[in-house]
Design a protein. Structure first.
Length: 688
């Protein structure tokens, strides 16, 4: 298959969901079965993405396929020269793998939603929104430049707003949609400023063109600090989209949307966009920028995992789990474990989508009950849902023979290697602590939901396994969470054909003095780019990380069983002993309350002050000016009417009077004039 055909197929994959959105949104009310068109469109896009991925990874594995065209040509601009904006597509290994993942999750969510959303008043509109969301995410994946990525970035924000607030008649849903939209704008402002710094320096938005110029020693404003700032500002976009601290607060509230939407947003699509962005700009990140990214990711993973420990809403537990795992990926990129960050992005997409769809299956069976304390014993009623949920739970806990074990082991080995080379040991401490907490809260969720005896007998009696159309996506995603799809040897040190053949750490382009010394890359005879120091450190850290992570995960699972299955430890008594910490976790570290008291109330106070200033000062000045103007106008009117007009009218009257008087003596008779002359002479003689 030729490169041109691959490009054409990729463009078709991009616009198929948009076509589905357009048709369904325009004609959905007229044709009730039109959602099937959207189903077919997404299924076709998935099939095409499989073809593109297979061809690219078999025939063009070490070759990037590019296509670009000029969108806007500004001509010759003073001081800038020829200036034009290109848009285009870049097909590399990351792109085609993400195409497969996004289209697979989207297709499964579409099929699952047919049953889950049945009977909803806005049924067709829901599928149309799924289409525009998928189109937006595919645009981020396929682009070859930062501007086009930003355009689709904002489209993802729009479509997620529509989906999160889909049941907008509920205040909680509409508020959640607005919260997601506004919080993401905060991060997007930083991303936009970072884009402007790059464009002001390089007059191009193309990733490859920017990286080529950086490799030539051209950096923003001739300062490494500006290159660091540009990297961190671009990362701010990922902080918003991938829900990193301190902008993570929108994602748990996004659970107000339909459960399949939660799977779509929180598994492989919207939240993955931030990780994908950092992976794309990885080569231009300086040491300081990478350290900031690693710290933010590590702290996010820890804080979210600690909150998930005490949540009772099944979707909220999974939401904070998502935030924590995204922190893992961001942390992995920050410490230089590039391949494993992307590997975890893929594996997490499968098992987290399975968990969210599994929670939807449970909620559907329990008549929309989401409190896990009101569940129990469901494994007898829902065996397929339970089995798939359990496999995915094992995967996210990092248990051997699962995909999550492979990717998390690589991430934790990367943090150990980073700590040994830099002395930043707090990052691996956070990483391993989160591994134990993840295993605990996930098995707490499984035990309270599926094990033991039902706490709500009435709902339990009416519970049953979900329809096949809802179950088959769970089974497929659970199967994809097993190790065999990624490597034949689940214990191989940082190896496996998924990583060694497809995902390679790209060579850095920043000057050596701005990058970690151990991150400096060299090229082997096979063309694989790597850092020898970091590779050796990773090799050393593999088995210690694997053993320690398995031990900690096992301890987390054991503790969950002792507290919730075997009742050896009373959760209530334990919570009472650590009441301050328990309340801190239960109340989500009071971050929402802090934001309410500071930013939100501060914004409201500022708004009220500005309203008062506008009404009192500005309007006072305006109204005072109007009063003074009216008074001056009245004085001017009086002066005009009585003084100016009085003088003018008096002059006219006097002139008329004089004219009238003189007119009487102007008779035109000579004898009269002689009499006047004689009379005048006599008066003069008398007077003189």
């Amino acid at each position: 298959m030729s490169e041109i055909l691959l490009i054409n197929l990729s463009i078709l994959i991009l616009f198929l969901p948009l076509a589905g959105f357009g048709v369904v949104i325009l004609f959905g009310k007229r044709f009730s079965k039109l959602y099937l068109f959207e189903q077919g469109i997404i299924t076709l896009a998935f099939i095409l993405s499989v073809i593109v991925a297979v061809v690219k990874l078999s025939s063009y594995v070490n070759q990037d396929i590019l296509f670009a065209f000029t969108w806007i040509d500004f001509g010759n601009v003073p001081m800038l020269g020829e200036l034009k904006i290109d848009l285009g597509i870049k097909l590399d290994n990351l792109t085609v793998i993400m195409l497969f993942v996004v289209n697979l999750i989207s297709m499964l969510v579409h099929h699952y939603s047919v049953e889950y959303m049945k009977g909803d008043a806005k049924y067709n509109r829901y599928f149309a929104y799924l289409g525009i969301f998928t189109f937006s995410m595919l645009g981020i994946v396929l682009t070859d430049n930062i501007l086009m990525m930003y355009i689709f970035w904002e489209l993802v924000g729009l479509s997620s707003y529509l989906l999160i607030g889909f049941w907008f008649e509920k205040d909680s849903a509409s508020d959640a949609g607005k919260k997601a939209f506004i919080v993401n704008r905060v991060g997007d402002i930083g991303m936009f400023i970072g884009i402007l710094i790059l464009f002001a320096t390089y007059q191009t938005f193309s990733f490859d063109a920017i990286y080529e110029k950086i490799s030539m020693g051209i950096i923003p404003f001739d300062s490494g600090a500006w290159l660091t700032a540009a990297g961190i500002l671009l990362f701010m976009g990922a902080v918003g989209k991938s829900a990193q601290f301190p902008l993570h607060v929108w994602l748990p509230d996004a659970m107000e949307g339909p459960t399949p939407v939660s799977a779509l947003i929180h598994a492989a699509t919207m939240v993955a966009a931030g990780v994908y962005l950092v992976a794309r700009i990885f080569v231009m990140l300086t040491a300081d920028a990478m350290l900031v990214i690693a710290v933010v990711g590590a702290f996010t993973s820890f804080i979210a995992a600690s909150i998930a420990l005490t949540q009772n809403d099944i979707k909220k537990v999974l939401a904070y789990s998502t935030v924590s795992q995204l922190g893992y990926m961001i942390m992995s990129l920050g410490v230089g474990a590039y391949a494993f960050a992307f590997f975890h992005l893929v594996t997490h997409a499968f098992f987290k989508a399975c968990l969210f769809l599994g929670s939807g299956s449970v909620i559907h069976a329990m008549h929309h009950e989401q409190d896990i304390q009101k569940m129990g014993g469901l494994r007898r009623k829902m065996p397929l849902t339970y089995l798939s949920f359990l496999i995915s739970t094992l995967a996210i806990s990092g248990i051997p023979l699962t995909s999550g074990f492979l990717s998390k082991d690589g991430i934790l080995a990367g943090t150990l290697a980073f700590g040994s080379l830099t002395g930043h040991w707090l990052i691996p401490i956070f990483g391993f602590t989160v591994a134990m907490m993840t295993a605990f809260y996930m098995f707490r969720l499984v035990i309270l939901t599926f094990h033991g005896e039902p706490t709500d007998k009435h709902k339990f009696d009416h519970a049953h396994e979900s329809p096949r159309l809802m179950v088959y996506p769970l089974v497929l995603l659970a199967v994809l969470s097993i190790f065999i799809w990624y490597t034949p040897n689940p214990l191989a040190p940082n190896q496996g054909w998924f990583l060694s053949s497809w995902v390679k750490t790209p060579q850095t382009v920043v000057p050596q003095d701005l990058r970690f010394e151990f991150m400096q890359s060299t090229e082997t005879g096979t063309g694989i780019v790597h850092s020898e120091m970091y590779e050796h450190a990773m090799h050393w850290a593999h088995y210690p990380a694997m053993i320690l992570s398995v031990i900690l995960a096992g301890l987390g699972i054991l503790l969950a069983f002792m507290m919730y299955q075997w009742k050896k430890i009373s959760p209530d008594k334990f919570a009472e002993k650590v009441k301050p910490l328990y309340n801190l976790s239960l109340n989500k570290w009071y971050i929402d309350e802090i934001y309410q008291s500071t930013f939100i109330n501060g914004t409201l106070i500022l708004s009220n002050f500005l309203a008062w200033f506008d009404n009192t000062i500005i309007d006072g000045i305006v109204n005072g000016s109007a009063t003074v103007t009216r008074l001056f106008s009245r004085i001017s009117g009086w002066f005009d009417n009585y003084v100016v007009d009085g003088f003018v009218n008096f002059t006219a009257f006097f002139s008329g009077f004089i004219g009238l008087s003189f007119r009487r003596i102007q008779t035109g008779k000579v004898q009269t004039y002689i009499v006047f002359v004689i009379f005048s002479v006599l008066i003069l003689i008398i007077l003189l």
